[in-house]
Design a protein around this ligand. Structure first.
Ligand SMILES: Cc1cc2nc3c(=O)[nH]c(=O)nc-3n(C[C@H](O)[C@H](O)[C@H](O)COP(=O)(O)OP(=O)(O)OC[C@H]3O[C@@H](n4cnc5c(N)ncnc54)[C@H](O)[C@@H]3O)c2cc1C
Length: 326
């Protein structure tokens, strides 16, 4: 007798902007933190960033606002609750970064530098005295920090740095040169390394709003293919980031996992920003539509800390056991 088929799985409706239902997978706390970051980014940050980009300036006030909103130092578990920071998970940190990045990659970088590259080393390696002196101010709104690692001849290869530090007569003397240091012009606290760190929705909306040859742009096959590619890459990238964030919260991350998502997500984000800029046609280079601004930011993200190519070399070495850096 012919075996009966198992019953078909129940089908749910498809959410175009959240295909894998990541939203439902977040905790209530993570959603609250994400919503607070979203409100700040859209209501406050967006207009400041538009002015700062037009004037080619950096507005230190934005830092103070982020501190007041509790968005700084969120990578330091629990401890910051004591200093006014929120003290929460890596997943929540990723969600906050995602919301700031939607508006401006540069200010997201500044937030990451302060939280991950300035506060974490002080937390991990600083004396009790430095910890008490700097962390409360860096977590709230008083101090801006910067991280000085890169040198003119040592970018993706920090081991090639030549800056040296010497302790003499109870003080430290630094000799060397650094460059490309975000926020260094306005920083109050400097971590110096020496020897002894949304375009898709816009494209969709533009395609729905703009008409060409008597129909919406979004009603063309080419446009829909590009949208489908963006939706797919963003969904896979977000899911990978959520997975690694959860593993970090469980202390089960290997650094190469981070290389994998940085390599993938930074490269794909740049492709998407370039396509979105192109989909906006001539308007894509107008400041009013933000697309050129996002694209220039992501060109930068792809290079700093050798993000795309150098992480590829790290992954290549992990697979072959052969290092191809030099
Ligand atoms: C906006 C911005 C902000 C920054 N902020 C800071 C900061 O706050 N603090 C700080 O210390 N630094 C900062 N940097 C510096 C940043 O970390 C460096 O730009 C980064 O490390 C890359 O170094 P590099 O620019 O010297 O490029 P390189 O290291 O020369 O790399 C450039 C490209 O060359 C290729 N390449 C390099 N090495 C290899 C190799 N072995 N094999 C094959 N290809 C290779 C890759 O395509 C790579 O993407 C910032 C940079 C920018 C642009």
């Amino acid at each position: 007798m012919k075996p009966s088929l198992p019953s078909a799985p129940a089908l749910a409706s498809f959410k175009w902007d959240d295909p894998f239902l990541i939203e439902a997978d977040l905790t209530e706390d993570a959603r609250m933190i994400r919503d607070a970051a979203h409100a700040y980014a859209q209501d406050e940050l967006l207009s400041c960033v538009t002015k700062a980009f037009a004037n080619e300036g950096t507005d230190p006030e934005i830092f103070r606002e982020m501190g007041e909103t509790g968005l700084l130092g969120t990578t330091i578990p629990d401890i910051l609750e004591e200093f006014g920071g929120i003290g929460f998970s890596y997943v929540s940190y990723g969600l906050v970064a995602h919301e700031i990045e939607r508006v401006d990659s540069g200010y997201r970088l500044m937030m990451s530098v302060q939280s991950s590259l300035v506060m974490c080393p002080i937390y991990a390696f600083g004396t009790e005295e430095r910890y008490q002196k700097y962390l409360p101010k860096l977590a709230s709104d008083t101090f801006i920090g910067c991280f000085r690692l890169t040198e003119p001849d040592a970018g993706s290869d920090p081991a090639g740095m030549t800056t040296v530090v010497q302790k003499t007569d109870g003080r430290y003397v630094l000799n060397g040169s650094k460059m490309w240091v975000s926020t260094s012009a306005v920083a109050d606290a400097l971590v110096v390394w020496a020897k002894s760190e949304a375009c898709w929705h816009a494209a969709r909306q533009y395609g729905l709003d703009q008409r060409q040859f008597d129909r919406p742009l979004a009603q063309t096959q080419l446009f829909q293919l590009k949208l489908a590619n963006m939706q797919t890459e963003i969904t896979l990238g977000l899911y990978a980031a959520l997975r690694v964030g959860r593993l970090m919260d469980e202390a089960r991350t290997a650094p190469k996992m981070v290389s994998l998502i940085k390599h993938n997500n930074c490269g794909k984000a740049l492709d998407i920003a370039r396509h979105t800029r192109d989909r906006h046609r001539g308007n894509g280079i107008s400041q009013e539509f933000h697309e050129i601004h996002n694209m220039v930011n992501l060109e930068t993200v792809n290079t700093y800390q050798g993000t795309h190519d150098v992480h590829a070399l790290i992954l290549g070495r992990a697979q072959t056991g052969l290092q191809a850096f030099v």
